[in-house]
Structure formats: C-alpha cells, structure tokens
Design a protein. Structure first.
Length: 185
C-alpha cells in the first residue's frame, strides 16, 4: 500500500494532513526558523542548516534568508547557486536545480497543485516536479509554476509567470512567460 508521502512525490492525489507529512513539514519549519534568524556572520551555521534542510546542496550554493519551503528535502541543487531574499519553494514534488543558477528576490517555485473540483479540493492535493538546468538567471518576483522545465543558460525576466517549459539559451518574460529572443554572445 502506498503512503501519502509516496503518492505526493509521484504527483498523485494525496492527503496533506497525513501525520507523516505533517511531521515532516513541522521539522522543515524548525530548520527554517533557525536559518531565517541566523546572523549574517554565522556562515558555517547557515551552511549546516541548508545541508540539513535540503535534499542536496552543491558546493558554493547559498540561500539568503528569509527563505520558505514546504519540506526542503525535495529540493536538490547543484553547485554555485544563489537564492536572494524572500524566495519560496513549495516542494511537494521534486525541485531539481542545476549549477550556477541565480534567483532574484521573492522568486517563487511551485510544485503544489489543487483539483479544480471544489469538493475534491477539500480532500486532496497533488503536485508536478520542476526542473531547472544550469546557468539560469530568474529575475526578482518571478513565479515558476508546477511541472515547468527551464533549459540551461536561459534568463527569466523579473515578474514573469512561467506556466510552460522554456528552452535553453533564451530570454523569456511576461505573464504568461514567453520566449522573447535567443541569447547570443
């Protein structure tokens, strides 16, 4: 029999108030509280908290508090990434981030979704994973919606709402976000 956690990670409808999931979110909130009140000079402490919070964190990656997420353990990031102030990652499914990605302030990454049917929304939610390549720059206030993949070396304009996949090596912006042009040297 599948657990609610395994259903959640598979993108199937699950019950978010399941005791195991509730405990995991509470553990995440405790780590976030410690991270978000840590002093700027406490770099080693912050790095240790990031390593406890995230599924994986590559060398040289950094989160500038405050930061928020649902579980943390479903976020995997490579090396050299930077999240600026006030970023939010709703990680009910996996969020995979390559190397050397930059996230402006208040960027939001969502994997969580809810049924369109109102009665069903009272019972379950579900999610779709998000995948980002390497060397991506996401401008401040951008929102990356569930199920989106962004190709390496792309730039997402500030305030954009990314509702569909973005290919490699492009500048994309708007609501909904669309490719504006290819990036050339």
């Amino acid at each position: 029999m599948q657990t609610e956690r395994s259903k959640m990670l598979a993108g199937e409808p699950y019950h978010p108030l399941d005791p195991e999931l509730t405990a995991a979110r509470e553990h995440c909130r405790d780590l976030l509280l410690a991270l978000n009140v840590s002093r700027e000079s406490a770099r080693d402490e912050r790095l240790g908290l990031m390593q406890k919070l995230l599924g994986s964190v590559g060398e040289g990656s950094w989160i500038q508090p405050p930061f928020s997420c649902d579980y943390g353990s479903h976020i995997r990031m490579g090396k050299g990434n930077f999240f600026n102030f006030n970023c939010v990652v709703l990680d009910v499914c996996s969020v995979d981030i390559g190397d050397f990605c930059l996230f402006g302030p208040a960027v939001q990454i969502y994997t969580a979704m809810h049924p369109m049917n109102a009665m069903r929304r009272r019972e379950v939610e579900f999610g779709k994973p998000v995948s980002l390549g390497s060397d991506i720059w996401v401008g401040g206030g951008a929102i990356i919606c569930p199920g989106v993949t962004i190709g390496s070396r792309s730039v997402i304009g500030a305030g954009s709402v990314v509702t569909r996949d973005i290919p490699e090596g492009v500048f994309a912006a708007g609501n909904p976000c669309r490719v504006i042009r290819e990036i050339t040297d």
